[in-house]
Design a protein around this ligand. Sequence first.
Ligand SMILES: [Zn+2]
Length: 211
Amino acid sequence: MSLREQLCEYGRRAVELGLVIGTSGNLSVREGDLVAVTPSGAALDRLTPEMCPVVDVEGYLVEGDLQPSSETPMHLAVYTTTDARAIVHTHSVFGTIVATTMTELPPVHYNALLLGGVVKVAEYATYGTPELAANVRAAMEGKKAALMANHGGVTVGATLEEAFEATRLLEWLCEVYVRGLSVGKPAVLTDEQLKAVVERALNPPAFPRRL
Ligand SMILES: [Zn+2]
């Protein structure tokens, strides 16, 4: 699948899964110095490959008739400072609730480790601005996800599939936390408990074979 075809596929899935309503999100995928990105103002479930612009990492338009997503500066800021090869940004409901009410998402489930543990909320700045790009870049440092204050969430991956799954996981973690608050006080995993999870994952016990 070409990079632009991948944007169409995952754009459609993002809308189908309710992670994106209409135009409220954007995706990109990088190969070398080129980045294919979803176009500005287009419904993500109705994209065609030709609609998706290609820019270089410096932000110059290389291919396509439509304007790249207004959040492209944020995508490029992450690409130029990390080894990410794909980025997914959405205004998903539970991610946005956490981003509107908290300064970070505490790790209440060990799967938070797949995103780097605590997910930080990047300071608020107007959408599409270099300030927002810088805030997101800072919050993402060493992690695969960040939330954007009063805005939404963003995840990265080595492939678009990976970044997309990270977005699904981020939304799930936010949903568990937010729904948990209505039942009681969610218990946060300690550093020691998280360390034990990493050790367990690195040394899985082998089942003995019956002879
Ligand atoms: Zn946005």
